[in-house]
Ligand binder design. Structure first.
Ligand SMILES: Nc1ncnc2c1ncn2[C@@H]1O[C@H](COP(=O)(O)OP(=O)(O)O)[C@@H](O)[C@H]1O
Ligand SMILES: [Mg+2]
Length: 361
């Protein structure tokens, strides 16, 4: 049986690059072309350093040619001009001349990007679920006595003639109600594991959210704008949960805007931002952005925002983002906050069209 070696290399899922003793590219397969953003015609004969900017490749090459021993470098970030950076494992092994001198190197590049982003997502889910267990435990303990306290305060309020005492008792009732709604939020981390998935028109959800936001006193003086891609088909999602997610994000934006500026809600099909599926393949996603031109977020604050209870607002609970992340994660999606101080904030929600992969459903 004889096969064309070129066909074999085209079928290999890793990038393969063959470099001669002088560091010039002799051969590269299609996957290597994709990863390095070049074509076989352009790359052949070019110095490797011209095609890959990362000096680590040069160093690997030098060491393999010198020692004749294979070398590997894991987790290299491969910067790219027109596409998101890749995370690759690079292995280099020598090719030998007839006189048993290394006269070339075979580089293989394995794309680890999807695995890494999947691993990050799993880690985040585990973290959220640990918080959820703690939160639900505390919530349960706190919730039980609240009913009793509230009832007792109501009795006091109704039995006393003294205005000061009645005010105090009513204050207790109001504060208990406030704690109870906080506790209910906390329970959601634990109980909110179930989604009611149905074909969902994302624009209908967002129109509802914009309508609710426009009625909020916080919205007075703020322009609410929409930039929708009308071609987006229905997705498999829980419209109630998504409404809550976008309401949380919208309220945060309105609070940051403090009565002036614009909140824009934008949708599009994300071709470049693909979520990894559990099988390691990519999923087509819809991207929803809530963009405000408020004060933005300082980098040290931005870092803390994935922690539940972190808030910079007086009277804030720091649960809005955490709960939103939780619900988006249940959908198999991702929520990112991007911000430059002074240039506003962009909350980006990615949702797979087909709903959560089986493992999270
Ligand atoms: N659009 C935004 N602009 C500026 N800061 C924001 C924005 N969205 C969220 N934040 C910051 O994130 C923090 C946490 O938000 P969140 O989890 O909703 O809790 P809370 O709204 O109760 O403070 C806020 O206190 C605020 O500092
Ligand atoms: Mg909030």
């Amino acid at each position: 049986m004889s096969r064309d070696l070129n066909d074999v290399f085209e079928a290999v899922l890793d990038g393969v690059v063959v470099v001669d003793r002088d560091g010039r590219i002799e051969f590269l397969n299609g996957e290597a072309c994709r990863m390095l953003e070049t074509s076989a015609e352009a790359a052949r004969g070019a110095p490797l350093a011209e095609v890959v900017a990362d000096p680590v490749f040069e160093n690997l090459l030098g060491s393999v040619l010198e020692t004749g021993r294979p070398a590997v470098q894991d987790d290299r970030s491969l910067p790219r001009r027109s596409a998101p950076d890749l995370l690759v494992d690079v292995a280099a092994s020598p090719l030998w001349s007839e006189k048993r001198v290394p006269n070339g190197v075979v580089l293989t590049l394995s794309d680890r990007t999807i695995q890494r982003s999947l691993a990050e997502r799993v880690a985040e889910r585990q973290r959220l679920s640990a918080y959820g267990t703690i939160a639900a435990g505390i919530a349960h303990e706190v919730r039980n006595p609240l009913g009793g306290i509230r009832g007792a305060a109501e009795i006091l309020a109704s039995r006393t003639e003294e205005p000061k005492l009645r005010d105090a008792a009513q204050l207790i009732v109001r504060e208990v109600d406030r704690i109870r709604s906080l506790v209910d939020d906390l329970m959601v981390f634990h109980q909110g594991e179930v989604l009611n998935l149905e074909p969902t028109n994302i624009h209908r959800v967002l129109d509802d959210v914009l309508e609710l936001l426009s009625m909020d006193p916080l919205a007075s003086g703020v322009e609410l704008a929409r930039s929708f891609d009308p071609s987006i088909p229905d997705l498999r999602a829980d419209p109630d949960r998504l409404t809550q997610v976008f309401l949380n994000l919208g309220r945060n934006a309105l609070q940051a805007l403090e009565g002036k500026g614009t909140l824009t809600v934008e949708t599009r099909v994300a071709l470049d931002q693909r979520l990894p599926s559990s099988e390691g393949t990519s999923l087509l996603t819809v991207q929803v952005c809530l963009i405000d031109d408020g004060p933005g977020i300082q980098p040290d604050v931005l870092e803390q925002l994935s922690t539940p209870f972190y808030t910079t607002r007086r009277g804030g609970t720091g649960l809005g983002l955490a709960l939103s992340r939780h619900w988006v994660a249940l959908h198999g999606g991702a929520l990112h906050l991007e911000s430059q101080p002074g240039e506003g904030t962009r909350a980006r929600v990615l949702l797979p069209f087909d709903g959560p992969p089986e493992e999270t459903a």
